[in-house]
Design a protein around this ligand. Structure first.
Ligand SMILES: Cc1cc2nc3c(=O)[nH]c(=O)nc-3n(C[C@H](O)[C@H](O)[C@H](O)COP(=O)(O)OP(=O)(O)OC[C@H]3O[C@@H](n4cnc5c(N)ncnc54)[C@H](O)[C@@H]3O)c2cc1C
Length: 423
């Protein structure tokens, strides 16, 4: 390993891979990727469904339709995967419109958690063939921007000409500290909070035509997110102060478990006195942990509707048709933990959705709370190449410029183009 590289990339998620691929395929610049884990652990490692639609994961304040589509085409060409076309969803589109909901259906591919490593390894091996160096199990701990080097957890210093921070939404607080130290202005006034629903797959019949439909209810500011089916599982994601829920599914190599899950998230925009999405996520997440005795809360939909807590027996009893896949949740009462504003909006959207896909309101469905997505740092970029200071870039989810694999990769490709052009 050298002590200086033309481009140092921190993180090895899709934004980092896209960036390293672009630079190493089109220039002779030296590139180093630094990853704190032994394999990246975002959505490419989990479930890995990839959608090719700019409306899905490209925040519109940072992307034009034209630019997003340009890079989506590159993502598709680079990944070489078998993207599936959308089936006949005209009925659902018509119904959604009737209830004031937008249905976004896109070409997509689902790899599955058990097979995602094959894809990651293929991409990483391609980077290595292009002479990209990759340093695993190594964390960047601090930045000395004026001297153009970073410090690693083993004490080593690595110099750079360009530094790209691609550290994902889990590092939202860490990156805020870097921005504060470097005098980079940012806002962080939004956060997405909601529930995850688990249901029998046949209660969500649109899944016969589409793996991951996205419904957007602009009136309630609620959207569906991250649908999983096949062998689908609900899981916990650990943050410093709380657990958030998430979902994923195994590939078609595994027998289906007959279940599906998806999140319904409400976007909360904050004003004084709590102006930080990160802070609000902490308040809401900690409250849920307090009410749930240290774990997220699960409740049968019929109990939620009737305003009573779910008891443990409700999840063992076969009359409900299925048991929850995430066992380590507390059977309880979501309404005791969740702000009314969030719950009432989500409940209203669920009722509308039930008229589009009959079964969303089935009494046996399981609601899990909280699902929190706090990837909305908005640094003040110098330009539309996601540069926050000369030669310093914040890319992917941590910069608030993507909300999914394809957009994250697109942001890396875009910055890669810029770095090559300006050398
Ligand atoms: C469980 C889960 C499932 C998801 N499923 C999907 C899905 O199916 N489809 C989809 O489109 N999106 C999905 N997403 C969202 C998707 O993962 C992200 O939008 C995307 O991965 C963002 O890419 P990124 O490159 O910005 O960051 P990430 O993929 O999060 O990668 C960031 C990397 O940086 C590393 N890192 C952080 N800090 C440091 C540091 N200081 N030093 C060194 N390394 C560091 C992290 O370990 C991580 O590997 C999912 C997310 C999760 C968490």
């Amino acid at each position: 390993m050298k002590d200086r590289y033309d481009v140092v990339v921190v993180g090895s998620g899709p934004s980092a891979i896209g960036l390293a691929h672009k630079i190493s395929s089109n220039s002779s610049k030296s590139v180093l990727i630094i990853e704190k884990l032994n394999v990246q652990n975002g959505g490419m490692r989990n479930d890995c469904k990839i959608s090719l639609d700019y409306r899905k994961s490209f925040p519109e304040e940072y992307w034009t339709e034209e630019s997003a589509n340009y890079y989506l085409k590159e993502v598709e060409e680079y990944l070489k995967l078998d993207f599936k076309d959308v089936g006949d969803i005209s009925y659902y589109t018509k119904q959604s419109k009737k209830y004031g909901i937008e249905l976004i259906a896109s070409r997509q591919v689902h790899i599955g958690t058990d097979r995602s490593l094959e894809l990651i390894n293929r991409l990483i091996n391609g980077l290595k063939e292009n002479n990209v160096e990759i340093l695993l199990n190594t964390e960047m701990v601090s930045l000395k921007y004026n001297d153009r080097y970073i410090v690693l957890d083993n004490g080593n210093k690595i110099g750079f000409t360009d530094l790209c921070l691609c550290t994902g939404r889990k590092s939202a607080t860490w990156i805020q500290n870097i921005m504060k130290e470097e005098g980079i202005e940012f806002i962080d006034n939004t956060v997405d909070i909601g529930i995850r629903i688990e249901m029998r797959k046949d209660s969500y019949n649109i899944l016969e035509h589409l793996y991951d439909p996205k419904f957007v209810d602009n009136i309630n500011k609620v959207r569906s997110f991250c649908t999983n089916s096949g062998h689908a599982l609900v899981v916990k994601e650990k943050y410093k102060d709380f657990y958030s829920l998430n979902g994923h599914a195994l590939s078609s190599n595994y027998a289906p478990n007959g279940l599906a899950n998806f999140a319904l998230l409400k976007t909360i925009t904050l004003t004084e006195p709590v102006v930080s999405g990160n802070d609000y996520a902490k308040i809401v997440g900690k409250t849920a942990m307090n009410v749930g005795g240290g774990n997220p809360i699960m409740q049968r939909l019929c109990d939620f509707r009737d305003g009573v807590r779910s008891k443990v027996e409700k999840f063992e009893n076969s009359i409900y048709g299925f048991s929850p896949t995430l066992k380590t949740c507390t059977a309880g009462d979501i309404a005791l933990a969740a702000p009314m504003k969030i719950i009432s909006s989500i409940w209203s959207t669920m009722k509308k959705l039930d008229s589009v896909c009959y079964g969303v309101m089935s009494p046996q469905n399981v609601l899990y709370y909280p699902e929190i997505k706090k990837y909305m740092n908005k640094p003040k970029f110098m330009d539309n190449n996601f540069q926050v200071k000369d030669n310093l870039y914040i890319i992917g989810d941590v910069g608030g410029i993507s909300r999914g694999i394809s957009a994250a990769m697109a942001s890396g490709l875009k910055v890669g183009d810029y770095i090559i052009k300006t050398c």
